[in-house]
Design a protein around this ligand. Structure first.
Ligand SMILES: [Zn+2]
Length: 169
């Protein structure tokens, strides 16, 4: 089952990733057959949104939620996706419960739903944050071999796809 919010968020990704992300999402929706569906909780985050997030726990109240300043996250270039599972815990047809459980096999096919999603992203050559030393299990990215600093330089030089804020890669 697919999630309308996710379909909208895929449209906010970098133009080079939109078709691929749609295919990935269609495969995910086919793979998860049980009580859990997958939502892309974040795709693109603007520089302004990233700056607000970075301020949390520093110059704004609350806990620190990111170490990335504006322009220092692949989300700022539309090249990253964060996921969450939404679970129909009470079997009423609405998927009301967010889950970050990476082990649970909600659809009883012998594979954890989270790992099914990881496998699909990896098939398309995306990196998974769960493989990193500072693990970020909801996070996936496709960088086209560009470092954050290279992307930031392109952005600062206004090397953008016309009529968009996406860097031309
Ligand atoms: Zn992320």
């Amino acid at each position: 089952m697919s999630d309308a919010i996710t379909i909208e968020r895929i449209k906010q990704l970098h133009p080079k990733l939109r078709d691929e992300a749609s295919k990935i999402y269609a495969e995910i929706c086919e793979a998860l057959k049980g009580k859990a569906i997958c939502r892309f909780s974040y795709t693109t985050r603007t520089f302004a949104e990233q700056a607000l997030l970075f301020a949390k726990g520093r110059t704004a109240p609350g806990p620190v939620v990111t170490n990335a300043r504006a322009g220092k996250s692949y989300h700022n270039y539309g090249l990253a996706v964060d996921i969450v599972l939404l679970v129909d815990t009470d079997n009423n047809g609405s998927h009301e419960t967010a889950s970050w459980n990476t082990e649970k096999d909600f659809d009883g096919d012998g594979k954890s739903d989270w790992q099914e999603v990881v496998a699909i992203f990896k098939q398309y050559g995306w990196e998974w944050g769960g493989d990193w030393k500072f693990s970020d299990k909801p996070h996936f990215q496709k960088t086209f071999g560009k470092s954050i600093n290279q992307l930031l330089e392109l952005y600062n030089q206004k090397k953008l796809i016309p009529q968009t804020n996406f860097v031309n890669i």
